[in-house]
Design a protein around this ligand. Structure first.
Ligand code: GDP
Ligand code: MG
Length: 295
């Protein structure tokens, strides 16, 4: 039997559950998630290894209309992945989208691409059974999807059905990635993202969007199974630095503790995490700062 492989772009509106779905498909957390839109900023490749096949998923920042330089870079990276892949997986929420202008833009893009497109209708745990069929019907009228798979990424419902639909559409091809490779991202990147996720969970309003995280040093002490990490949280204003640090350092301690516990779980190692906060004025609108921070 020949080996099958394919590249799959996961696209869709912000907050529809793209990163959650990727993590669940892989059975490993490689992409951070949060209830806030625009959590994902970079394209992340996650590789699923089957017995005789390999699927490379690209998680993308949501496609949305935007003006800010950071968001432009995010949307461009989502659009660029569409051109490179074999299959497109649109993740949408089970809501009426007939009048949603962003969804229309996404569907228009799909129409032009002429590639297999599957719709993962996510978060069905939130809809009543009797409302599901009408929703599927209304989506099927908007685009000629190759398949529509209702699922709940969070509760791992419908994932096997989705995997089967995807496998059907892989092509004979080489093993692009070594069998032990799960993502294209470095440990540094994953750790910085986990810290950023905790900032998304712990802070409000514009603060998550004004934060960026860089791991400055990562030392592995293999004998003691210890990871030593030094990371910097960048914010845009002095006042934001105050909020991230919190009263008597309470906030940064909480962010640090939650990030440390998660890194310990993912890497199965003890972790020593030191966090610093620095102000870099307007990094999210300065192209040089954006590049330096990895966007
Ligand atoms: P993304 O912006 O499309 O990558 O969305 P995320 O994966 O970050 O998820 C956005 C929010 O939706 C998070 O709070 C997730 O926990 C939540 N979510 C994702 N999938 C499901 C699901 O199947 N059911 C429910 N109820 N919530 C979900
Ligand atoms: Mg995401």
């Amino acid at each position: 039997m020949s080996f099958l492989s394919g590249f799959i772009a996961i696209i869709g509106p912000p907050n529809s559950g793209k990163s959650t779905l990727l993590n669940q498909l892989l059975g490993r957390k490689i992409a951070i998630t949060s209830p806030k839109p625009q959590t994902t900023r970079n394209r992340i490749v996650g590789i699923y290894h089957g017995d005789n096949y390999q699927m490379a998923f690209m998680d993308t920042p949501g496609i949305h209309q935007t003006r800010s330089p950071l968001h432009k870079s995010m949307v461009n990276s989502a659009k660029a992945s569409l051109k490179e892949v074999d299959i497109i997986l649109l993740v949408a929420e089970p809501v009426d989208i007939t009048h949603d202008s962003e969804m229309k833009a996404v569907l228009e893009l799909l129409g032009k691409l002429e590639k297999p497109a599957l719709l993962a209708l996510n978060k069905i745990d939130l809809v009543k059974k009797e409302n599901l069929l009408p929703l599927i019907e209304s989506y099927s009228k908007l685009h000629c999807f190759d398949a529509i798979i209702p699922l709940s990424a969070l509760y791992r419902d419908g994932l096997e059905a989705l995997r089967e639909e995807l496998v059907k559409r892989l092509s004979p091809g080489p093993q692009f990635f070594p069998p032990d490779m799960i993502t294209d991202k470095s440990e540094d990147f994953l750790i910085a993202e986990i810290i950023r996720e905790k900032i998304y969970h712990e802070t409000r309003q514009e603060l998550p969007y004004s934060s960026a995280v860089v791991v400055e040093a990562l030392d592995e002490d293999q004998e003691r199974n210890l990871l030593k990490i030094i990371a910097v949280i960048y914010v845009e204003k002095q006042s934001q630095k105050g909020i991230i640090i919190g009263k008597d350092g309470a906030m940064i301690k909480r962010i640090g503790r939650k990030a440390r516990m998660e890194v310990e779980r993912i890497f199965s190692a003890r972790v020593y995490l030191e966090l610093f906060v620095k102000v870099e004025k307007k990094w999210s609108s300065d192209s040089r700062s954006l590049r330096r921070l990895g966007y």
